[in-house]
Design a protein around this ligand. Structure first.
Ligand SMILES: Cc1cc2nc3c(=O)[nH]c(=O)nc-3n(C[C@H](O)[C@H](O)[C@H](O)COP(=O)(O)O)c2cc1C
Length: 145
């Protein structure tokens, strides 16, 4: 069974709400295992087919936790080549973090990235949550076919 792992960070809960809705959407597709973790260890990634990183933007950047996580993946040489990669995150005005994550997934880890990343301004409203569900569903559907 194909597996989707969602690793996210969230200080004030907005990216967490996105992650929960993405899980909901992905779980509508049969025969896909979906797991979401607020703090991930690099060792969890090896047996996943798709890795989605949730990264809120602070000070025009990803947070320390997100950066540290990606650095640990690189440091331990976890092989993510050709796995599906996607990024999402809440933002206020500039939203750099998910784009930076996706760039690393693509250029450093050689993943098959889904572009563009999913960005939602501040707290996701009903329409925003629906976008998140669709995002999860689309990725799960692609993995199952
Ligand atoms: C101290 C601080 C700095 C921030 N810097 C940025 C920024 O540079 N660009 C941006 O788009 N949003 C910025 N934001 C807004 C956050 O991205 C936004 O509040 C987001 O919803 C936080 O997501 P979270 O609830 O998952 O932590 C900042 C917020 C705070 C509190």
């Amino acid at each position: 069974m194909a597996k989707i792992l969602i690793v996210y960070h969230s200080h004030s809960g907005n990216t967490e709400k996105m992650a929960e809705a993405i899980v909901e959407g992905a779980r509508t597709i049969q025969d896909i295992e979906v797991e979401a973790k607020r703090y991930g260890s690099p060792w969890m990634l090896g047996d996943s087919d798709a890795i989605l990183v949730g990264a809120p933007t602070y000070h025009h950047n990803m947070t320390h936790n997100t950066r540290e996580f990606l650095e640990q993946v690189a440091f331990h040489s976890i092989n993510l080549k050709d796995k599906v990669g996607a990024a999402f995150g809440s933002y206020g005005w500039s939203g750099e973090a998910p784009r930076l994550v996706l760039e690393i997934m693509k250029n450093k880890f050689e993943m098959q990235v889904i572009e563009p990343p999913l960005l939602i301004k501040y707290t996701p409203d009903q329409a925003g949550l629906e976008k998140c569900r669709e995002f999860g569903k689309k990725i799960a559907k692609n993995l199952s076919s």
